[in-house]
Design a protein around this ligand. Structure first.
Ligand code: NAD
Length: 260
């Protein structure tokens, strides 16, 4: 149902973003990949996505912590493909440390990637979506857009801010054919989660197994990780015509995490 649509997914070289790119391509969308990674792996994935969708997927390199890279990304898509109909602002990073020793440069970088990038992408992409009378903007937020955890100050702040940005943008575009929503996962098994295990082990003085059972899955009542395919299925639903009246929402997919 996405034939003739273009879809930019930031952070699509890994994890949730890659699963979203695959789901969109499977529905015929022309997918634009961006993110860091091994060039050979990215090229392999780009070809696989092209085959899946039947249209040529693009990879456009960008460091979304830089405002100008976000703008350039959207402009290049506009020049080459006539605009991004779907934008999934998904790139995100994490750093785990107490506020007293939280490195200031990590604070700045997390806010730049997790919060300011979606803002710059909106600023660049929304005018064309408005002109076309159709658009879907989805931000990958987190349960940390509505609750806090210790040692994740920058992440919690960025994701709370992102939830506010999504609501504001939804109000500014309501009735225009554009919808703007957030998806808020609990713990999803991806490199982002795997990579924070060593820091959490150090900060809390725990073994790897203790971090998994006492920190990660202890917070998630289902006791199970969310899968990237489950997140992608929700993103795909938000792109459907049936979802035209869903805007300004923030969907938890968290195994009951925020129900406590
Ligand atoms: P991941 O580490 O697997 O992927 C992150 C992606 O972002 C990668 O493609 C990476 O290259 C890209 N990226 C990071 N910094 C970038 C930059 N400066 N410029 C361009 N690309 C950059 O992580 P993931 O778990 O798939 O996370 C995706 C999103 O989901 C993030 O916003 C994250 O906060 C959110 N999230 C993840 C979980 C989880 O449990 N994994 C839970 C809640 C929310």
């Amino acid at each position: 149902f996405l034939k003739d649509r273009t879809a930019l997914v930031t952070g699509s070289t890994s994890g949730i973003g890659l699963a979203c790119a695959r789901a969109l391509a499977a529905e015929g969308a022309t997918v634009i990949l961006t993110g860091f990674g091994n060039p050979d792996d990215i090229e392999k994935e780009r070809r696989a996505l092209s085959e899946l969708s039947g249209t040529e997927a693009l990879f456009i390199p960008a460091d979304v912590s830089r405002p100008e890279d976000n703008t350039a990304l959207v402009h290049e898509i506009t020049d080459r493909l006539g605009g991004a109909d779907i934008v999934i602002a998904n790139a995100g990073i994490q750093h785990v440390a107490p506020i007293s020793t939280f490195p200031a440069e990590q604070w700045d970088r997390i806010l730049a990637v997790n919060l300011s990038s979606p803002f710059h992408l909106m600023q660049a992409a929304l005018p064309l979506m408005t002109a076309k009378g159709w658009g879907r903007f989805i931000a990958t937020a987190s349960v940390h857009s509505v609750i806090a955890s210790p040692f994740k100050s920058a992440y919690v702040v960025a994701k709370h801010g992102l939830a506010g940005l999504v609501k504001t943008a939804a109000l500014e575009t309501a009735g225009s054919g554009i919808t703007i929503n957030a998806i808020s996962p609990g713990y999803v098994w991806t490199p982002l989660v795997e990579n924070q295990i060593p820091d959490t082990m150090k900060t809390r003085g725990m073994t790897r197994e203790q971090v998994l059972s006492d920190v990660l899955l202890a917070a998630q009542p289902s006791g199970q990780f969310v899968t990237v395919e489950q997140i992608a299925a929700l993103a795909l639903f938000l792109c459907r015509e049936e979802a035209a009246q869903i805007t300004g929402s923030n969907y938890m997919m968290d195994g009951g995490y925020t129900a406590r």
